[in-house]
Design a protein around this ligand. Structure first.
Ligand code: HEG
Length: 147
């Protein structure tokens, strides 16, 4: 069971309050597809992902960015039960989408980089530590139904 201090809860609420979910989700996915091109293999229905411009302009990527951030919004609102609220989503990624769970960490790292770029100096070591703890829990919860 993950414990969240009041200070950590405040950091996550602050970061989340300053994020534009459509933009951040989109930019994180673009980075994932460009930096880790093998992650494209799960998105055969998305059409052209052949270069940075195609990925950036692909409306399905933008749409999926919103979907992913919508799921993260639920995690922010239920920080004490992330495993529970992601149980179905984990099963879906494992059994239906057949996503290798190592990829969750890659998307999480892309999310951190996008948030860091937006925040600049405000992304202090303390903020980074808490943000990455949050994403660590998200990744663990998404992986929890693989076993
Ligand atoms: Mg996944 C669908 C969330 C990482 C591949 N992902 C979804 C959906 C959500 C979601 C909410 C919609 C589920 C539904 O239709 O009921 N994904 C989600 C989160 C994260 C993540 C929160 C990590 C932070 N996903 C992820 C990664 C891959 C992946 C790393 C592959 C590299 N997701 C994937 C695919 C679909 C979803 C292929 C189906 C997309 C579609 O067909 O529209």
């Amino acid at each position: 069971m993950v414990e969240w201090s009041p200070a950590e809860r405040k950091v996550i609420a602050d970061v989340w309050g300053k994020i534009n979910p459509d933009e951040v989700g989109h930019q994180a996915l673009v980075r994932m597809f460009v930096v880790y091109p093998w992650t494209q293999r799960y998105f055969g229905t998305f059409g052209n992902l052949s270069n940075v411009a195609a990925i950036t302009g692909n409306p399905k990527v933008a749409e999926h960015g919103k979907t992913v951030l919508g799921a993260l919004d639920k995690a922010v609102k239920h920080m004490d039960d992330i495993k529970g609220i992601y149980a179905k989503l984990s099963k879906l990624h494992c059994e239906k989408l057949n996503v290798d769970p190592d990829n969750f960490k890659l998307l999480a790292d892309c999310l951190t980089i996008v948030v860091a770029l937006k925040f600049g100096n405000a992304f202090t070591p303390e903020v980074q530590a808490t943000w990455q703890k949050f994403l660590c829990v998200v990744v663990a919860a998404l992986s929890s139904r693989y076993f």
